[in-house]
Design a protein around this ligand. Structure first.
Ligand SMILES: N[C@@H](CCC[C@H](N)C(=O)O)C(=O)O
Length: 287
């Protein structure tokens, strides 16, 4: 299987090109590819397949040629991955599978079609509007933290802290209310930052992702954090700089209610992986 490795602010992915949808990926194969010691290692897999060739995206084929079939490192599927879309767009354009469109390259996801605007260093994605759905709480260590539930296509819980983020132990998954999040949740922990140029708000964030553990960045998580920060500031439009362990993402809500997620997206390596050499000699699903 041919692959490319890429990342957006340290949120890293194995990109698997399969335009005609000949792979039947399995959770075991995805988990083996993402294994950081015995596989390639990544937070998730971006399966690059034509929308028309995948049952989860066939309904979007008229609007978006390409479907980002996103898998978490544990082999679970997710509806959305904001950094993944940006790396996916970089892959399509770099490999001549799509042209950068000035009004945005459409990409189908399980949460609908989003649009990526590409330049040399940054990729901005027009995301679907995040929806604040209410309150809930997360438990980390001995602390119970109130948070705001946000639907970005995938579920998020944004918990603001007074103290430093580096005191949190995110090697253990935070507890959450399964009645509020029956399919699990990505949990963002935030601390307000000092003012930065070009942003109305500045937030530091760490994240524990459903299906991947603590990652260096989460684009949809940054979108959720941006939505909460703008709401708390009483702003109906504005920009939020979100600093994650892997760099900076910018979330912008425009006056006409468009939501943008922007930051770097980089391809770092390409190669071939032998599924038979992966942990558990996973061959099923890799033709
Ligand atoms: N890192 C991603 C989110 C990936 C999916 C998430 N773990 C989930 O299960 O919802 C991002 O950049 O948005």
């Amino acid at each position: 299987m041919f692959f490319t490795k890429g990342h957006g602010t340290g949120n890293d992915f194995v990109v698997l090109p399969d335009p005609d949808g000949t792979y039947a990926l399995t959770p075991a194969l995805v988990a083996a590819l993402c294994d950081r010691r015995r596989g390639i290692g990544a937070d998730g897999v971006l399966h690059v397949v034509r929308s028309a060739k995948h049952p989860d995206a066939a309904g979007h084929a008229a609007d978006a040629e390409w479907f980002m079939d996103y898998w978490n490192a544990d082999g679970s599927l997710a509806e959305m991955c904001g950094n993944g879309v940006r790396v996916f767009a970089r892959y399509l354009v770099t490999h001549g599978l799509a042209d950068p469109a000035p009004d945005g390259l459409p990409i189908a996801t399980r949460a609908g079609v989003v649009h990526a605007v590409i330049d040399e260093h940054r990729i901005a994605v027009r995301m679907n509007a995040p929806v604040i759905t209410g309150g809930s709480a997360a438990v980390t260590g001995t602390r119970r933290l109130d948070g705001v539930a946000v639907d970005c296509g995938n579920p998020h819980l944004v918990c603001a802290l007074a103290g430093p983020l580096d005191e949190l132990d995110l090697s253990v998954a935070p507890g959450y209310d399964p009645a509020v999040f029956p399919s699990g949740v990505n949990v963002e922990f935030t601390v307000a930052g000092a003012a930065v140029e070009g942003a109305d708000r500045h937030v530091h964030m760490r994240v524990h992702e459903r299906g991947s553990g603590e990652t260096m960045s989460c684009g949809s998580g940054a979108l959720a954090v941006g939505a909460v920060a703008l709401r708390e500031a009483g702003l109906s439009a504005g920009a939020v700089a979100v600093d994650v362990p892997g760099g900076r993402l910018t979330v912008t809500r425009t006056a006409d209610d468009r939501w943008w997620l922007a930051g770097p997206a980089v391809l770092v390596a390409s190669g071939e992986v032998d599924p038979a050499a992966l942990p558990g000699a996973v061959t099923e699903g890799a033709e």
